[in-house]
Write a protein that binds this ligand. Sequence first.
Ligand code: CA
Length: 226
Amino acid sequence: MKRILVIEDEKNLSRFIELELKYEGYDVGLAFDGRDGLEQALEEEWDIILLDLMLPGLNGLEVCRRIRQVKSIPILMITARDSVMDRVSGLDSGADDYIVKPFAIEELLARLRAVFRRAIKEETVVTQTTFHFRDITVHKESRQVFKLEEEIEVTKREYDLLLAFLENKNIVLTREVLLNKVWGYDTEVETNVVDVYVRYLRNKIDSPDEESYIQTVRGTGYVMRT
Ligand code: CA
C-alpha cells in the first residue's frame, strides 16, 4: 500500500483529502504544521508527501528544502495562490510538482499517479551498481572498493559510510543522518562515532598529497563534493 503524508494546516481540507485518499486505497498520515510535518517526513517512510505552502511553524518551502537535504522522496506542493513566484520557488526548493487550491480531488489523484509513474521510471533508470568519484570506484554488487586499479580493504561499516556519501554526493550529511543511514535508526551509538569512522575511512582512501575525499562542514557534518 502506498503511504502518503499530508502536511496541511486547514483541518477540514486535510480530513477531506485523507478520506478520499483512503477510499482510493492509500495509507495516509496527517500533520497540521510545518515542524510536525518535517519530523514525520524524516522519521517515517512515505511514498509521497503532499505539502501545503503556507504553514504555521515552518513554511512549506523550508520544510521542502529540509526534506530534500536528506530524502529524494517525491513532494507535491499545494499552493493557495496561483502566482508564478510561488510555483517557481516551490520547484526551486525541490518539489516535484504543485497543485493549486482549490482543486478537484480527481485532479489531485491524477497528479499523484503522474508523480508515482515518474518515480518508478527514475528508479529503474538510476538503480546504480557502480559509483565513481575521482579515483574511487565502488562496485555495489561485490561490495568492493577500488582506488585507481588497487582494491582497498574496508570494513562493512566503512563501506556503508562510503556508500552513504557516494549516493548523496554534494549533499551535506549531518552526523545524525549518517548514524541513521549506517548504524540504523534505533542505534544508541553516540554521534561522535561518526567522526571516528570518517577518520578511518579517510585514512584508507585519502592520499597525503591530495584534498580529502570527505570534506568537513564545520558544526554540521560531512559532504563529498564533486
Ligand atoms: Ca495553509
